[in-house]
Design a protein around this ligand. Structure first.
Ligand code: URA
Length: 262
């Protein structure tokens, strides 16, 4: 790792804001390799210098990675005047430069990666890398094998060009927590009726990230998405022990998996 200023090291290690850590340095609370650090702007190397605050060794991670099960009603942004943001949910973050990798709509749930690793984010989102994103969806309308074929050919959603082919899988299992509707024809049906409307449950995989893409794809075939949850991105799947609003750090293995997704 390259050398960095001591005050940046401390702030990034979660020791306080830049101005708070400057005060701590002045007060003599910070040591570098056992010596009191008099100045905030001295350069240290996170790989070999030992930095302590009040005698406790600080751990510095250049990057942080979280998996969030995004709940509905929260926006995929770093700041927002009206709504709570996904960043506000990551209460144990040390780094202040975290951002969500891409966006999920306010009413979409599911897997969202929160990091400060811009390179990883760019790679996962780059149109040329075609990283798979798989969602579970409940649809107002009867999704049929014909719909599957149409999605496989790409759908004109009013942009310059049709979407890339999307894999649509009709779900035949009626057991999922997303819906408490009553099925009209037993276990092996692909559609059901709720409030007099035929509904379908599907899994859909897209490789692009256009604005409201899945909702617009179903609209283009005369149907409406009423529930959407992202299940995976590249090789990373949502940990199903995370309830909406919960998060955890990614494991080293998962970070490796993500880096192998493009
Ligand atoms: N497609 C959508 O329509 N919404 C999302 O949040 C993600 C994909």
């Amino acid at each position: 790792m390259a050398d960095i200023r001591l005050d940046k090291f401390l702030a990034d290690a979660g020791a306080g804001t830049r101005s708070e850590v400057k005060i701590k340095i002045k007060k003599g609370q910070v040591t570098v390799n056992g010596e009191a650090a008099g100045k905030s702007d001295i350069k240290i190397n996170p790989d070999c210098d030992e930095v302590c605050l009040d005698g406790k060794k600080l751990i510095y991670n250049e990057f942080e990675y979280f998996m969030l099960n995004k709940p509905q009603g929260v926006v995929s942004a770093t700041k927002d005047d009206m709504d709570k943001t996904v960043i506000e949910l990551i209460t144990e973050a040390k780094r202040r430069d975290l951002f969500p990798v891409g966006r999920l709509d306010k009413d979409t749930e599911g897997l969202l990666i929160i990091t400060n690793d811009g390179k990883l984010s760019n790679n996962l989102l780059a149109p040329g890398k075609h990283v798979d994103k798989t969602y579970f969806a409940i649809i107002d309308g009867e999704v049929t094998e014909d719909t599957v074929l149409r999605f496989d050919e790409g759908i004109d959603i009013g942009d310059d060009k049709p979407t890339a082919p999307a894999k649509l899988r009709i779900l035949y299992d009626d057991k999922d927590e997303a819906s408490d509707v009553v099925y009209n024809s037993g276990d092996s049906c692909d559609d059901f009726v709720s409030d007099g409307i035929v509904k379908s449950k599907v899994e859909i995989t897209i490789t692009e990230g256009r604005y409201h893409q899945i909702k617009r794809m179903f609209e283009a075939v005369g149907m409406k998405v009423t529930y959407l949850k992202r299940l995976s991105m590249g090789s990373l799947s949502l940990d199903d022990s995370l309830k909406p609003g919960e998060y955890r750090r990614l494991t080293d293995e998962e970070i490796k998996l993500l880096n192998g997704s493009f």
